[in-house]
Every structure is written in C-alpha cells, then in structure tokens.
Write a protein that binds this ligand. Structure first.
Ligand code: AMP
Length: 163
C-alpha cells in the first residue's frame, strides 16, 4: 500500500497527469507498416497505441516489432513494409487502467511500461499516463513534502545513513 500522505500528494488532481487521447499519436491495425514507421519516426516515440475506428484500444505498435518483421522478410527492404499492415506486427495490450486515480496499480505497471493506457468502462481509449508525467509529480513530492507534512525520522539517523 502506498503511504496515504505520499498518495495524497501524488494523486492531487489525477486528470492532470493524463495525456488526453486527442494528442496521443496512434495508428489503426489496417494502416501499413510503412505508414506506422513514418508516424513513429515523426513523433520520435518507440511505441504508440493501435486504435480501431471507434477508438477502442487494440494493441501497440513499436519500432522494434516493425524492425523484427522486416528482418523476417526475405531480401528485407523498407519498401516491403507497404505489403504488411500494423495487424501483422501489433503487440498485445498488457496493462491498462480505467481510473487515473488508481495510483498504486499505475506505479506497479510503470516499473516495466513507459506509459499506461487509460480506458473508460466501454474500453474506449481516453489517453495515456506516462512516466514523465508521474515523475513530475514525484519531483514535486520530493521538493515539497515538508510544506504539507511534518516529517520526523522514527529513529535517530546515524551519519552514514544506516539506522
Ligand atoms: P515519456 O514518459 O514522456 O517519455 O513517454 C513515455 C512513452 O509514452 C513514450 O515513449 C511513448 O511511447 C508514449 N507517449 C508519450 N507521449 C505520447 C504521445 N503524445 N503520443 C503517443 N505516445 C506517447
């Protein structure tokens, strides 16, 4: 369980650490891999969501998955990617949340994932929560904890940090 004081400071206005769907780069499963490669190169991210026409999250596409596909095509050349669709290299969605206030879940997923998709009850994509946005909160917490709480060590801290 996250310490309630820490959770309160990190979670203050959970919506503020969600990057809304409207500004999240994405592709559809029917786009060609050539198109996906262009989008990934343009936005400079290594992994983005794959959405269906009704904005349901279908999977993820990554530079690594596209490169891997290319390496398995005989005589691999980037032009070959126009013969394949995102569905051919799409990765499954392993983790998501339906509420940005579920901070404990978000933090545990975020150990392994650079961003966590946010879906509503109908599985419609609402946006993402990124490590960067959470780290900004952690940074705020690290600098402002004693503005909000009186922090005193339980035991005397010895100089080398052991206690
Ligand atoms: P960051 O914590 O800002 O480095 O973002 C972590 C990851 O989230 C990036 O590597 C991308 O995969 C994804 N991401 C962040 N912002 C966007 C965005 N606007 N559109 C699509 N993916 C994004």
């Amino acid at each position: 369980m996250i310490d309630p004081a820490v959770e309160q400071l990190l979670r203050n206005d959970p919506k503020s650490y969600v990057i809304p769907a409207a500004v999240v780069a994405n592709v559809t499963a029917t786009n060609t891999l050539e198109h996906a490669l262009m989008v990934l190169s343009k936005v400079g991210y290594s992994r983005i969501p794959v959405l269906d026409p009704d904005d349901h999250l279908q999977g993820m596409i990554s530079l690594a998955a596209i490169t891997d596909k290319l390496l398995h095509v005989p005589g691999a050349a980037v032009e070959q990617l126009s013969n394949y669709t995102v569905a051919d290299a799409m990765l499954p969605v392993e983790h998501w949340v339906d509420d940005p206030a579920k901070l404990e879940t978000i933090l545990s997923y975020m150990v392994d994932e650079p961003f966590i998709p946010l879906l509503n009850q109908d599985n419609v994509f609402q946006g993402i929560i990124t490590r960067r946005e959470i780290l900004k909160r952690v940074n705020y917490l690290a600098h402002n904890l004693d503005d909000h709480y009186l922090v005193t060590p339980r035991e005397k801290v010895i100089e080398n940090g052991d206690h």
